[in-house]
Write a protein that binds this ligand. Structure first.
Ligand SMILES: *Cc1c(COP(=O)(O)O)cnc(C)c1O
Length: 490
């Protein structure tokens, strides 16, 4: 397996190189030159546990890693840190199947990849004989930051620096990050929204002089955002595992197609599902669910990606994103690997704040269904599902559930669907209480207790103990000060 950049004519690279590097030198994203076959029989798939699926999927992509190295990374990642033995429960709720990806340390799906990325990176450093230590830079809309901090804390030869939009994350998310322990963890609140934090990080990555400056200090930069291929590949695993669970519980027959509905922000999660299909997993429709920042809905429906629009802060903050970086990988794939087209489109986006997919490729977007839910629709969905099935979902998951229902009603397509659940309802407890009719009367930790009282759903262990933790990170900066902040940490 080899990888290349979405934007240019760079040499082909190994997976270890790409995991270390994060972003390609020409500012593109690394993509596999071709997709490996999944090559698991449905009979096997039905009986495999999460770790076994992970080992197979990873070994297909990371062919420069030995079997022992992959075993080590997987075993270390998906252990007792997860509150459920099965790692990822798949729960039947009404006519859909909810894939709960939030039982890791930080109560959001980012743990699925960020529990393993640091292990992959450590092994990659050894394999490539890297001389420099690695400084991980991460912009977060709330969940990636904490998951990356947890994953990388005290990992040898690394530092982890997280930037979050000061007014764009929930109180619990902010507490999770600002109480982070570890001798190599740094957290900064940015004045501005997520796109500002993300653009700031991208600019630092693009800055050759800065790279030189930190190289002198013995470091190189890398990324824990879903632009890193080492984060994307572990996300393919739960689609394969989810399919296996549907086989196991008799919801589908071998080879039968399923739909998946994904609450989408940066397009990483849903792209991993698309990659699972490229490997041979029988998927029919990708239901791409957005909130009121519905750039992706419009793109799927028109082929025009246009960010000249108002930015909304919603009750699904992890999806409050206008620039979905991983879409670049989809553009590359549907344009038959036309890297100069991708480079042009990305230039258009930067210069003109929009781009349009050439007509001849627009048909390929038909594999996707784009829809969105307003804040009110999202709240109503949380309440409706809770009232009807006593199943408590978080707001992000509710967006996917609502758009799934829209799709079903419009298309009359009733094949089994996996709804990807990306956060514990407790991570956004205020919004959930609000959805259940408590009208913003509770906030922060009080909301956790109240929600528990009201529903009886257990509070995740790590959130329960958060209140007692000491605030260790208090830095608030402007986006212009991000370089300086990074330099200080090393
Ligand atoms: C990150 C995140 C998303 C969006 O995932 P992408 O891979 O960025 O599309 C959705 N929900 C939650 C809770 C998240 O943390």
């Amino acid at each position: 397996m080899e990888y290349r950049s979405t934007r240019g004519l760079l040499d082909k690279k190994s997976s270890a190189f790409c995991i270390l590097q994060g972003l390609a030198e020409d500012k593109g994203l690394f993509v596999p030159v071709e997709f490996p076959e999944l090559n698991i029989s449905f009979d096997e798939m039905r009986n495999m546990d999460y770790k076994s699926v992970a080992k197979v999927v990873l070994s297909r992509f990371l062919t420069d890693f030995s079997e022992e190295e992959i075993d080590f990374c997987v075993e270390k990642a998906y252990d007792g840190k997860f509150e459920k033995d099965e790692i990822v429960p798949v729960i039947k709720v009404g006519d859909s199947h909810i894939v709960e990806l939030y039982h890791g340390k930080t109560s959001a799906f980012k743990d699925m990849a960020l529990s393993i990325l640091p292990n992959l990176l450590s092994v990659a450093m050894k394999k490539t004989g890297a001389k420099e230590k690695v400084c991980i830079l991460t912009a977060t809309s709330g969940d990636t930051g904490k998951a990356a901090l947890e994953g990388f804390k005290n990992v040898e030869n690394t530092k982890i620096v997280v930037f979050y939009p000061k007014d764009g994350v929930s109180e619990i998310q902010e507490m999770q990050m600002c109480t982070q322990e570890g001798n190599n963890t740094y957290v900064f609140g940015i004045n501005g929204n997520f796109d500002k934090a993300q653009s700031g990080v991208k600019e630092i990555f693009d800055d050759g002089d800065f790279a030189e400056e930190i190289k002198v200090r013995g470091y190189k930069l890398s990324s824990a955002n879903s632009i890193n291929i080492g984060r994307l590949i572990p996300q393919i695993v739960y689609y394969v595992y989810g399919y296996g669970q549907l086989l196991k519980n008799g919801a589908i027959k071998e080879g039968e197609k399923i739909n998946i509905s994904v609450p989408t922000g940066n397009f990483g999660n849903i792209l991993a599902g698309y990659y699972a299909k490229k490997m041979g997993l029988p998927i029919n429709k990708f239901i791409c669910a957005s909130n009121e920042n519905k750039v992706l809905t419009d793109f799927i429906n028109t082929g025009v990606y246009d960010i000249k629009r108002e930015f909304f802060v919603t009750n699904t903050p992890s999806m409050d994103i206008l620039i979905s970086s991983n879409l670049e990988r989809l553009l590359y794939d549907i344009s038959d690997c036309d890297s100069s087209l991708v480079a042009d489109l990305m230039e258009d986006l930067k210069e003109n704040k929009e781009y349009e997919l050439p007509d001849k490729f627009k048909g390929k977007l038909k594999e996707f269904y784009g829809g969105f839910a307003t804040e009110l629709e999202t709240k109503n969905q949380v309440k409706k599902v809770y009232d009807k099935y006593k199943y408590l979902m978080d707001t992000h998951t509710a967006v996917a559930h609502k758009v799934y229902e829209d799709y079903r009603n419009e298309s009359k397509d009733e094949i089994p669907t996996l709804i990807i659940s990306t956060a514990s309802p407790y991570k956004f407890a205020e919004n959930i209480l609000d959805s259940l009719g408590e009208n913003n009367r509770y906030s922060g930790f009080e909301a956790l207790e109240k929600l528990n009282e009201k529903t009886g759903v257990p509070v995740p262990k790590e959130l329960k103990i958060l209140k007692e933790k000491e605030i260790l990170h208090k830095n608030k900066i402007d986006d212009m000060q991000m370089r300086e902040a990074v330099l200080k940490t090393i």
